[in-house]
Design a protein around this ligand. Structure first.
Ligand code: SAM
Ligand code: SF4
Length: 316
């Protein structure tokens, strides 16, 4: 279905939980999030009903996210249901990768075709610092497990943070020489909960090209501008939600774990679909798509996102 600005909305980001086994500093508070009551969360049946309603309106791609989706006990059954929904042509998962050693093969078997894994640094101390508790070796084992499981495409997402990992651009990009993966650098977004990051943390992804003079431009892939290092097996991608937003070609809506549709990542507007039947959900989705704003306000360290949630409560 098209929104009121003529954009075709074909992509749903489905958050299945707010909970996470990490506490990335740019994403969620150290104390975690207050656990919602069971009856405040969408049930698996409601999630799949929502996916059916979305498919009826022309959504063809679903990305399962969170929080950490792989901490959800029924994640395989959710993914199987999403992938089996008529009209859904592509089911992906975004994960920190820690649980992929056990779950990569079952996810593939459940019909997930794509996996994006978040990895911001190759330094174990920096990884432990930024995630407040993670072990780098586990995330790397997760990437290897995903590659063994044979997903269509494995992407590694690195949030680029000035003073933290801008010195690791060549090392992270070199992963495309070691593995058949795309490594995508994403600009840090100024959300309500991450004020500890000052203006120096917000650097444009164009900085990546300065550090990779040998990178050769390739075709675009969705919101990512792609480059390839000579001899690499995958591409380096640049995603610039802050320095050069992509609202004009935005094709997505989001559904939170507690059943709120978000027409725009950076707006406070939410539409509840919890408890509705499929027709009711479809009508609310139509309303969310029709009401998608043309664009969000400019983002910077001083002018923050209007989303009234932390990123783990939205799904990225
Ligand atoms: N836990 C999973 C993971 O980390 O991949 C999925 C959920 S996480 C909220 C989805 C994506 O959002 C991750 O790639 C994460 O790095 C990104 N993210 C979280 N907070 C962000 C921020 N403030 N700016 C840019 N990206 C952010
Ligand atoms: Fe958890 Fe992902 Fe947020 Fe990190 S970015 S705290 S792994 S939800």
């Amino acid at each position: 279905m098209k929104d009121s600005f003529g954009r075709s909305i074909t992509y749903l980001r489905l958050s299945v939980t707010e909970l996470c086994d990490l506490r990335c500093r740019y994403c969620m508070p150290e104390e975690g999030v207050c656990k919602l009551r069971h009856d405040q969360l969408l049930s698996e049946e409601e999630m799949l009903r929502a996916v059916g309603a979305a498919a009826a309106l022309g959504i063809t791609k679903v990305r399962v996210t969170g929080g950490e989706p792989l901490t959800k006990p029924n994640i395989l059954s959710i993914c199987r249901g999403v992938a089996a929904t008529p009209g859904i042509l592509e089911t992906g998962v975004t994960t920190n990768g820690l649980r992929l050693p056990e779950l990569a093969a079952p996810l593939r078997e459940a019909g997930v075709s794509r996996v994006n894994i978040s990895l911001d640094t190759l330094n174990p101390e920096k990884y432990a610092y930024m995630t407040r508790r993670g072990e780098l070796s586990q995330a790397l084992a997760g990437i290897e497990a995903a590659l063994r499981a044979g997903f269509d495409r494995v992407k590694i997402n690195a949030v680029l943070i000035g003073g933290f990992n801008d010195d690791e651009i060549p090392a992270l990009a070199n992963l495309t020489r070691r593995w058949p993966v795309d490594v995508r650098f994403i600009e840090l977004m100024p959300m309500a909960g991450n004020r500890e990051f000052g203006p120096q943390s917000y650097i444009p992804v164009s900085r990546v090209l300065g550090a990779l003079p040998e990178a050769v431009p390739q075709a675009e892939d969705g919101v990512a501008r792609l480059y390839r290092l000579p001899g690499a097996l995958g591409c380096v991608g640049l995603i610039s939600p802050v320095s050069q937003h992509f609202c004009a070609s935005c094709n997505r809506i989001r559904l939170t774990a507690d059943g709120k549709l978000k027409p725009c990542l950076h707006s406070a507007e939410e539409i509840s679909i919890k408890g509705l039947d499929e027709e009711g959900m479809r009508e609310k989705m139509r309303q969310a798509i029709e009401g998608k704003p043309r664009c969000h306000d400019a983002l910077s360290a001083e002018s923050r996102s209007h989303a009234a949630r932390t990123m783990n409560q939205i799904g990225g």
